[in-house]
Design a binder for this molecule. Structure first.
Ligand code: ATP
Length: 237
């Protein structure tokens, strides 16, 4: 089997004396969709911030076989490690189109960028209607769509999604997860952190469960949906 696209080994993240992540291992293979689930404060966001260059860490993180230690976030982005952060990070005063185009700023293949923009508009028809609107005036769900569209326009090799459902109405969450499932069936390599464990498990192939900074389970997402302990602890059953 080929080397994983992302390999995380003995990852530790601390804030002063607080040990948020206590030495975890996980991998994401090419074309695979992986989720990290866990309660509030389990260390999910800290793990993502470490692997996108935003947070100092101990241990090893290899992207495509190379250590990311010391590589600045914009370089990781150019290498295809692209995160849609919790809170979206869109530019409120710019239009939707300008926000989307930012995702492609370092690309020179204009015809392919146009194709990708068309693909994003097909995935998120609401954005097509709002391309000329100021992004700050959109609803939270539409802003999440802009953030995901912008990430897709950079042609990610690994798309990292942090809490895409955060703060959104259930109907909008369903729309966002329909797109995540489409991306998954298209073979986009995904790492998803999500409070809504059921949706996360339904949209991915492999799952890791984080509990107070340590991994408590790892396995096929479909199996976890049927696992009694997981059901009780994370699926509200
Ligand atoms: P959530 O779903 O609430 O974001 P999470 O699983 O993503 O939870 P983290 O945000 O990674 O968890 O937080 C893990 C632990 O680290 C928590 O105890 C949190 O309080 C602590 N923590 C996170 N960020 C900081 C920070 N900047 N300074 C100090 N402690 C922090």
């Amino acid at each position: 089997m080929s080397e994983p696209l992302l390999s995380v080994k003995r990852l530790k993240v601390s804030y002063g004396g607080i040990h948020a992540v206590k030495g975890i291992d996980f991998t994401v293979n090419h074309g695979e969709q992986v989720t990290l689930i866990g309660a509030n404060g389990a260390g999910k966001t800290s793990s993502l911030r470490a692997l996108t260059g935003l947070q100092p860490f101990e241990g090893d993180i290899l992207f495509d076989g190379r250590s990311i230690r010391g590589v600045p976030p914009h370089r990781l982005l150019q290498q295809g490690l692209v995160m849609v952060p919790e809170g979206r990070g869109i530019f409120a005063r710019m239009t939707v189109l300008e926000n989307l185009q930012l995702g492609a700023y370092s690309r020179h293949d204009k015809p392919a960028v146009r194709q990708d923009l068309e693909r994003v508009c097909a995935l998120f028809p609401r954005l097509r209607e709002r391309l000329r609107q100021q992004a700050g005036l959109l609803s939270g769900g539409e802003q999440q769509m802009v953030a995901m569209g912008r990430a897709l326009l950079s042609r990610p090799r690994l798309l990292v999604l942090d809490e895409p459902s955060m703060g959104l109405a259930p109907i909008v969450v369903d729309a966002i997860f329909d797109v995540i499932k489409t991306l998954a069936s298209d073979g986009v390599t995904l790492l998803l952190v999500e409070q809504n464990a059921r949706l996360a498990l339904e949209s991915t192939e492999h799952a890791y469960v984080l509990d107070s900074g340590s991994l408590s389970h790892s396995g096929r997402s479909a199996d976890m949906l049927d696992d009694e302990k997981i059901k009780q602890a994370y699926l509200g059953e």
